[in-house]
Write a protein that binds this ligand. Structure first.
Ligand code: SF4
Length: 275
C-alpha cells in the first residue's frame, strides 16, 4: 500500500556506486563499474539538501571508499546542510581519508560479518586475493575515530548468513568503542539463495550474541530504508528486486517521497534508536 505521508527529517541512503573491492556472496550490488559523473552526483546531493523531506544522507555502495572523490562528496553534502554518515567495509579507508572526512560526518558504520579470518574468506568478505580487513585494522580505525575529538559515532553492521550463523561475535564487539551493533538477517536476492537462513537459525545467532546494549536486530529490511541508486533513481524493495519511483535528477524528490512505500514505524524505530 502506498504511503501518503509527507516528511521533514528523512535520511537518504545514496548508493552512488555499485563497485566494490570485496565480493560478499550475499551482496545485492551487481559490481558494475557505473558511477554518474561527479557533477551529477553533486546535483543529486544538492537536490536532497534542498528538499523539504530530507535532512541526512548515508553514503553507501557498493563500497564508497573506492570512489576517488568520496571526501569531496561528503564535504559538499555537509556544507549543503545535510547530516552525513558512511557505511564501508573499511579495507580501503586510509588514515588520511578518515582524517579528511571526520570533521564532516556524524557516523561511520563498518560492515563486519565475522571476526574469524576463515569465515570472512568463506563469505568472500575480502578482496579477490582473499585479503581481509583484519581485526587489528578495524580496532585501529575505531580507536582513531574515538580519539579524534569529533562527535562521530561508530557502528558495526553484521549480515547473518549460512556461513557465520554459528559464530559468537559479541565478545569482540564489546572490545570496540561502538555506539551500535546492527545485526541484519541475510535478505533473499536473485543470486544468494544458498546464503539465507531460517527463522530459528537467526534467532539462535541473536540469542548467542546477547550482551551489547547498542544492539539492533533487523529481521526484515523491506522498505525501511530510502534508497537512491547509482543512476539517481529513487527505488524501493519489491521482493527480489527494486522498483523505480522516479529519478532525482529530473523529478521532484519531495513529490516522489509522498508515494514511497516507506514503513515509517519501522524506519522511525531504527532511526530514533540510532541517534
Ligand atoms: S562489502 Fe558491502 S558492497 Fe562490498 S561485496 Fe560486501 S556487502 Fe557488497
Amino acid at each position: 500500500m502506498m504511503n501518503t505521508t509527507t516528511y521533514n527529517d528523512l535520511k537518504i541512503n545514496f548508493h552512488f556506486t555499485e563497485c566494490c573491492n570485496f565480493r560478499c556472496k550475499f551482496c545485492f550490488a551487481p559490481f558494475a563499474n557505473k558511477v554518474l559523473p561527479f557533477d551529477a552526483l553533486l546535483q543529486i546531493i544538492q537536490r536532497i539538501a534542498e528538499s523539504k523531506s530530507c535532512t541526512a544522507i548515508n553514503f553507501a555502495g557498493g563500497e564508497p571508499t573506492i570512489y576517488g572523490k568520496l571526501v569531496e562528496l561528503i564535504q559538499f553534502a555537509n556544507n549543503s546542510g545535510l547530516k552525513c554518515s558512511l557505511i564501508t567495509n573499511g579495507y580501503n579507508l586510509t588514515d588520511k581519508m578518515l582524517a579528511d572526512i571526520l570533521p564532516h560526518i556524524t557516523k561511520i558504520g563498518f560492515s563486519v560479518h565475522s571476526f574469524n579470518e576463515e569465515t570472512k574468506k568463506a563469505i568472500m568478505s575480502c578482496t579477490t586475493n582473499l585479503s581481509t580487513l583484519t581485526n587489528n585494522r578495524l580496532n585501529d580505525l575505531c580507536n582513531q575515530i574515538a580519539a579524534s575529538g569529533y562527535d562521530c559515532k561508530i557502528k558495526v553492521n553484521t549480515v547473518v548468513c549460512s556461513l557465520n550463523k554459528d559464530e559468537e561475535m559479541v565478545s569482540s564487539i564489546m572490545q570496540l568503542p561502538l555506539s551500535q551493533w546492527k545485526i541484519l538477517r541475510c535478505q533473499k536476492n536473485a543470486r544468494n539463495m544458498s546464503m539465507t537462513i531460517s527463522d530459528d537459525e537467526f534467532e539462535m545467532f541473536c540469542n548467542r550474541n546477547i550482551g551489547f546494549k547498542g544492539t539492533i536486530i533487523e529481521n526484515d529490511m523491506y522498505n525501511t530504508y530510502i534508497i537512491i541508486n547509482p543512476q539517481g533513481n529513487l527505488v524501493f524493495n519489491s521482493g527480489l528486486t527494486y522498483t523505480k519511483c522516479g529519478n532525482v535528477l529530473t523529478d521532484n524528490i519531495d513529490e516522489l517521497l509522498v508515494g514511497y512505500p516507506l514503513r515509517i514505524d519501522e524506519y522511525n524505530k531504527r532511526e530514533k534508536y540510532a541517534t
